[in-house]
Design a protein around this ligand. Structure first.
Ligand code: HMG
Length: 445
């Protein structure tokens, strides 16, 4: 059976930037380091008035098809994962297909289109659907286009406001992929949770502190289930560990806990025993609280060791470099983390071909998923062609007043009308509302 995985990837950020330390913190009366050190975030990406989930997704997909020299009938499936949709019936993938048909020969009439929903984990679920479709032999030689796109905005003054972001990741899922091939074992951690939801509203209702606990609990379950399914979790066997990144500080917490879990009973625990002791075992404690306290103390000592810090800097820190500058992209976030890690590896000359990634996805409500991926020989030339660094540098910095005016545009109210702050150039743009309440798009040369 041939390998199936990601054959190409493109990222599109919103064109506006809110600097958290310089612009956001003074308005909120907060120490800038709460954002830069505490949350690990420097800036958020925002879409301009003519950008939204469709334009960002279509612009990423358009560049991907051009770059891979693909015609529309090479695509047999388009799935969009989003939690920022503006229609409960017509999927965003139909709008994206309509955009692509405006500028490419042929059509996408024989491509199966859909929309995936499960908070941020739906991006990974859509990738998984594409994998299964190809593995089932139903693709007739065609590839799947998966687009994870969100305007991840919170209500003004919500504690989540500092973690906002907006952007899209377009991925081509195909046989004999150039970037990564997916491994077979998968782990899930899933439970009915009320931590972050959007009950028929664009800006979420969030219990932020609880959402962090749920993230850690479900990720742990998914890791255990992945091990149960035969997945390897030895930390030294992974070149990079991309996780869903609502903000880098969340991944920093998860990484310490995950590393402790994964080194239990390995030579790493043995080698560190002289320095920090062995991990507490539950059978040694009558009281559960005492056990948890002992585990916490051990984890604090573990994350202070040189061995852990070297591992974290090599496998986790590189995956956070884009997220730090753009904020949370919800469905796209873990896919941005993968690209960020590979990009830094490419720029620093690491030879990763054949090595493994451990990918941890998460969506509130709540579900985590864990699987491994294998880096393919074509990864360097794919990553080399990304223009995300230029896009980030070209963003227009917002004043706080501009931020206030642009924020509510993305609540998708027909009555909100704000002048754009940048000029579109060779891209799809939102072009007003149609007679049935649909959104219209056009390509601007
Ligand atoms: P908050 O209450 O404003 O922040 O909200 P805080 O007071 O907890 O401070 C944040 C961190 O900064 C803390 O670090 C502080 O100590 C530190 P910690 O103790 O946790 O390690 N700090 C400082 N550090 C240095 N210098 C300073 C300073 N001041 C404070 N001066 C919260 C934080 C995350 C709750 C908020 O941003 C929020 O509600 N975010 C939205 C929810 C979220 O992102 N949850 C993450 C897990 S759920 C998830 O990932 C799913 C999601 O993507 C949605 C989906 O699936 O669709 C969100």
């Amino acid at each position: 059976m041939s390998e199936v995985g990601i054959d190409g990837v493109e990222i599109r950020t919103g064109k506006l930037k809110l600097d958290l330390a310089e612009t956001f913190a003074p308005e909120k009366g907060e120490d800038p380091e709460k954002y830069t050190k505490g949350l690990g975030l420097h800036a958020s990406s925002f879409p301009d008035a003519y950008e939204d989930i469709v334009t960002m997704g279509a612009n990423a997909a358009h560049r991907l098809l051009e770059r891979k020299d693909l015609a529309l009938d090479d695509i047999g499936r388009i799935d969009v994962a989003t939690e920022s949709a503006f229609d409960r019936s017509k999927p965003v993938s139909t709008y994206v297909a309509g955009c692509l048909e405006q500028v490419n020969d042929g059509d996408l009439h024989h491509a199966n289109k859909g929309e995936r929903k499960f908070a941020c984990v739906s991006g990974t679920q859509a990738v998984d659907d594409a994998f299964n479709w190809i593995r089932a032999g139903r693709n007739r030689g065609r590839a799947a286009l998966v687009i994870a796109t969100d305007t991840a905005l919170y209500a003004r003054d919500d504690p989540g406001e500092a973690t906002q972001g907006a952007g899209a990741v377009a991925m081509l899922i195909d046989e004999n992929p150039d970037v990564v091939a997916f491994g077979e074992p998968q782990g899930y951690g899933s439970a009915d949770e009320t931590d972050f939801l959007k009950p028929n509203q664009q800006f979420p209702s969030v219990d932020g502190k609880r959402s962090m606990q749920v993230y850690l609990a479900r990720m742990r379950e998914a890791l255990e289930d992945f091990e149960e399914a035969g997945g390897d979790t030895h930390p030294e066997n992974f070149a990079l560990v991309p996780f869903h990144t609502p903000f880098p500080g969340m991944v920093r917490k998860a990484a310490g806990l995950g590393y402790r879990h994964c080194i239990r009973g390995t030579e790493i625990e043995d080698e560190l025993a002289a320095e920090i002791g062995r991990q507490p075992r539950p059978e040694a404690y009558d009281d559960e609280d005492e056990y948890f306290e002992a585990i916490k103390e051990y984890t604090d000592k573990l994350t202070d060791t040189e061995r852990y810090q070297e591992w974290y800097e090599r496998t986790v820190a590189p995956t956070l470099s884009i997220s730090r500058e753009v904020g949370n992209w919800y469905t796209g976030s873990v896919h941005v983390a993968r690209v960020a890690g590979l990009l830094e590896a490419y720029e620093t000359g690491r030879d990763l071909t054949g090595q493994q990634l451990l990918v941890g996805s998460y969506g509130s409500g709540a579900q985590a998923e864990m699987h491994a991926e294998y880096i393919q020989p074509g990864w360097e030339s794919e990553i080399e062609q990304l223009d995300i660094t230029e896009q980030l540098d070209d963003r227009k910095s917002l004043t706080f007043a501009e931020y206030e005016s642009i924020h509510d545009v993305h609540n998708h109210e027909e009555t909100t009308d704000v002048e754009p702050l940048t000029a579109p150039d060779s891209e799809f743009v939102f072009d007003g509302w149609g007679r049935m309440g649909e959104r219209k798009y056009t390509f601007v040369e």
